[in-house]
Design a protein around this ligand. Structure first.
Ligand SMILES: Nc1ncnc2c1ncn2[C@@H]1O[C@H](COP(=O)(O)OP(=O)(O)O)[C@@H](O)[C@H]1O
Ligand SMILES: [Mg+2]
Length: 434
């Protein structure tokens, strides 16, 4: 017979191994660091200008960041901060190198969601975040998945529970309950909502004192921040269910949305949500806060099946939420939830695989123009990086077969380019805030 204690013992064993793997895969200080990028990458893959043009411009102006010269002296290697300074200061053929960013609008928010585990959500979220940062955007990632794949990949482990999405939700419950109580006592007619009291276990946690910035952690990418997750999935879902019970009028699904509304409009350009493989309190918060929904799916039949059932269940869950429209104060949120864009994205796609091509066609037939045109290909570069906890952008191309690296990079670049164009179009639909 086995109980929770046996599971705990097995986990302790597994954690030891995990610690060892982290030691092997991170730099000696156990901290993830970001590599430099070569002048070839900066010119051709990042700025998309001629290499000799860039060299000429750098030679003409010694006040521009000059990178570090490698041993054989042929390539210069630039830190992302230097690349961003070049981006701000250089114009090439009268073209600005700055990324498109509509004026006067808050950051655009994209949720990468599907309840199938292994669909490639975290891989997509990680690569889109990195590609966007290399594109000059300031990115905030939110890890909604208690398995914390994205947090670990970004070098953050051992996160305290209160600094996760759960903390944001609990803090929101406290603030919203106080707001509702104040509204109830302010109303003269007496028809207002009943006053609610939260147990001390919640109010005494000190969450009410946390500031927005306390939840946001820097990563080794200077322009990517992260709200990390940690590994207590059951606790988070149970606690959320309990909180909902404590104040049934609390629009629990809008906690993260309210949190993000509290950030300065220009603090970030792009906010990427990595969702858990389930429909629950966490994923509903992600979906509700999102302007754009990206649904990755593997190219197999079962994955197609599971994606179909995901959109069905999501649709029902979102319909359920519209009953809150009578409760939330007018003008604070619009129900039912409407997205600026919804897209399906094939991942782990093998162009030479007949079944994959057939499934791609089927997806295209069914989802029509909601289907993205650039699938993400299956690549050994990412399988390998799964162990090394790195994206193709982080991996130095000298560390693997150049062709494998190039091909993987081209595949993620293609999918990212489409993602960016879709986001920019969605951004235009967002209303500028007064
Ligand atoms: N394009 C790809 N090529 C090769 N392996 C991939 C690719 N995308 C994802 N994987 C692998 O598939 C597994 C699941 O991917 P992951 O992104 O963690 O899925 P999810 O977040 O949906 O559970 C991981 O081991 C990952 O390395
Ligand atoms: Mg994941």
């Amino acid at each position: 017979m086995f109980t929770h204690q046996d599971l705990a013992r097995l986990q302790a064993q597994s954690l030891k191994m995990q610690g060892w793997i982290r030691q092997q895969t991170y730099s000696p200080e156990l901290e993830k660091t970001l590599r430099r990028f070569s002048s070839w990458e900066v010119a051709e893959l990042i700025f998309r200008v001629n290499q000799s043009t860039l060299r000429g411009r750098l030679a003409a102006d010694p006040s521009l960041p000059q990178g570090q010269v490698e041993e054989d002296g042929r390539q210069r290697w630039y830190a992302l901060e230097e690349i961003n300074e070049l981006r701000r200061r250089l114009r090439v053929n009268r073209r600005s190198l700055m990324p498109v960013r509509p004026r006067g609008k808050r950051a655009i928010r994209a949720a990468i969601a599907n309840f199938k585990g292994g669909a490639g959500k975290s891989t997509v979220a990680l690569h889109f975040a990195h590609a966007a940062a290399l594109d000059g955007y300031r990115v905030l990632c939110i890890d909604f998945d208690p398995q914390a794949t994205l947090s670990h990949s970004m070098g953050l482990s051992d996160v305290a529970e209160e600094f996760t999405v759960w903390g944001i939700m609990a803090r929101d419950l406290i603030a919203e309950t106080a707001r509702m109580n104040a509204a109830a006592s302010g109303a003269e007619s007496g028809t207002a909502l009943p006053r609610r009291r939260l147990p001390e276990a919640i109010t005494a946690m000190g969450l009410g004192d946390l500031r927005n910035a306390d939840f946001i952690k820097p990563t080794c990418w200077p322009t990517i921040d992260l709200i990390p997750s940690c590994a207590n999935a059951a606790f988070v879902e149970f606690a959320s269910a309990q909180y909902r019970h404590l104040n049934p009028e609390w629009s629990f699904f809008a906690a993260v949305s309210r949190f993000l509304d509290g950030l300065a409009d220009d603090a970030y350009d792009l906010i990427v949500f990595d969702c858990p493989p389930a429909i629950g309190y966490q994923s509903m918060n992600a979906v509700f806060a999102a302007d754009v929904l990206y649904i990755p799916s593997g190219p197999g039949y079962w994955e197609y099946d599971s994606t179909t059932s995901f959109i069905g269940q999501l649709s029902e869950a979102l319909e359920d939420l519209s009953r809150f429209s009578g409760i939330v104060p007018a003008g604070t949120m619009t129900l039912p939830k409407a997205f600026c864009d919804i897209r399906f994205l094939l991942t782990r796609f093998e162009p030479a695989n007949e079944l994959h091509r057939a499934m791609q066609q089927a997806f295209g037939k069914v989802f029509g123009d909601r289907m993205t045109t650039h699938p993400i290909e299956m690549t050994r570069a990412v399988e390998q990086s799964g162990r090394f906890l790195s994206s193709i952008y982080e991996i130095d191309y000298r560390d693997m077969t150049r062709e494998t690296w190039r091909r993987a990079r081209a595949s993620f670049d293609g999918a990212y380019g489409e993602f960016r164009d879709n986001l920019v179009a969605a951004w235009d639909q967002l209303e500028a805030r007064a």
